[in-house]
Design a protein. Sequence first.
Length: 105
Amino acid sequence: MKTSRRHFLLMSVSAGSSLMMSRVGFAASANANVLSETDPQAQALGYKEDASKVDKAKYPQYAADQKCSTCSLFQGKAADAYGGCTLFGDKQVAAPGWCSSYTNM
């Protein structure tokens, strides 16, 4: 079967747009698993995506060197931007984040 130039271009554009849409969908689903500070469980544990924004008066146990990436509950690598946490199920926590359940045992 001989393919015309027009047919080839239409197929190329179609394949390219499909690939782009699949990547956009993947990025959206990855962000859907990121823990929000407004999540009820996150609020109950004082979770902040940036540990430097922790209310030190409300959480006196907070220390400046504590962050999710150094917590023993963090399931990612220290260099990861986000990783799993045993407290939040399938939600990903920010590596520079913090919550009141921080432990380094």
